[in-house]
Design a protein around this ligand. Structure first.
Ligand code: MRU
Length: 350
């Protein structure tokens, strides 16, 4: 492994009989790892953003389902499947927007349904969770290679939230091209929006890129337009939580603003996401459920209250970027451009 590869952090580690999870709530102040041993602990970790980012949520939930399954004592395969299904529904309820969560859980449920005995199902569930994680690392590296083909030495690229290594198995989606560029000695400069309310950009993206020595500059979200102009930003790239059949994309709140800015400044706006983030069952972004989170995230920064007691708060965690504002969707199967409906239909067929 190269020095850059070694420096890229990981958030989810399977450790024989438990999940070792990087507590992203504590970053960048401390790198604390939690030991998760049951579905309740995994649900809580997802709900409270100790693990976040669409693929990482899916991977953690998959290990949580496999872990919980090991403790079911019945010898009846029908009864076992019922218990796994209950766990699946419970874990799926942790967060509504990122489709990777139900995608990973349903992959495991399907495995369990194919098994003939409870013991076989328990082994298969664990193997499937490991496979999802291994595949995601490979997929993210490929997204990085594909994304890098769109950039050239000296480019200055703006991003939002954290679609990085700790949001996936490794490498990330929107941040993957920067790691691949670093390995190839290609100079890309990243500008990271801090991403209020919970600051994934400043706490996580800035932290993880700095670990690997990637050139990153932090800005507050309201500096985006001025920064695009004054720093001559050449492109914007973001991740995704769910992509509809027509290419409309749900991602962290503020992504839509950036897509509009990209359009106004006539610079490309890219989404980077694995196929596991596509929801082939929904026609358009208007039907994607948007998570609304605790108002405390808005009225506090850390421990400090920054708004009057009793103020009304609206706290949607995601927004929908209409497909017509997206220059290209970078996937492990290549870069989708033009008519997204046709390109995504093609993905389903192949
Ligand atoms: O609320 P979060 O931090 O889970 O939101 C994460 C994002 O919006 C990411 O951009 C998305 O999940 C892609 S992660 C590769």
């Amino acid at each position: 492994m190269t020095a850059v590869q070694n420096a890229i952090p990981r958030s989810v580690i399977w450790n024989d009989n438990h999940i070792k999870l990087l507590n992203q709530q504590k970053l960048p102040h401390s790198t604390e790892y939690l030991k998760l041993t049951d579905a309740a602990g995994v649900w809580e970790a997802i709900k409270t953003l100790k693990v976040r980012g669409a693929p990482a949520i899916g991977i953690t939930a998959a290990f949580g389902l496999a872990l919980s399954a090991q403790s079911h004592e019945t010898r009846s395969i029908q009864e076992f499947i019922e218990l796994v299904k209950k766990d699946r529904d419970f874990l799926a309820s942790a967060r509504p927007t990122a489709v990777n969560l139900v995608w990973a859980l349903d992959r495991l449920l399907l495995k369990a349904r194919k098994a003939k005995t409870v013991n076989e199902a328990k082994t298969d569930l664990l193997h499937e969770a490991i496979r999802i994680q291994v595949e995601d690392e490979d997929v993210c590296r490929t997204i990085g290679e594909n994304g890098l083909s769109l950039f050239k030495d000296g480019d200055r690229i703006l991003t939002i939230c954290n679609a990085g290594s700790i949001a996936t198995a490794k490498y990330g989606t929107a941040l993957a091209p920067f790691y691949i560029a670093k390995q190839k000695d290609i100079d890309l400069k990243v500008f990271a929006c801090e991403t209020r309310p919970v600051l994934q950009g400043s706490r996580l993206t800035a932290w993880e890129l700095m670990q690997a020595g990637v050139d990153v500059t932090l800005i507050t979200d309201n500096m985006a337009a001025h920064t695009i102009k004054s720093k001559k930003i050449t492109a914007i790239i973001a991740g995704a939580d769910r992509i509809a059949r027509n290419g409309d994309t749900a991602n962290k709140i503020g992504t839509y603003n950036l897509a509009i800015l990209a359009n106004a400044f006539d610079i490309p706006f890219y989404i980077a996401a694995p196929l596991s983030t596509f929801d082939f069952t929904i026609p358009a972004g208007s039907v994607i459920p948007i998570e609304e989170r605790n108002p405390e995230e808005v009225v506090y920064i850390g421990e400090t209250r920054i708004a009057p007691e009793g103020v009304k708060v609206y706290n949607p965690a995601f927004d929908i970027t209409p497909n017509e504002l997206i220059t290209g969707i970078i996937t492990e199967k290549g870069i989708l451009q033009g008519n997204y409906k046709e390109a995504i239909d093609q993905l389903v067929i192949s």
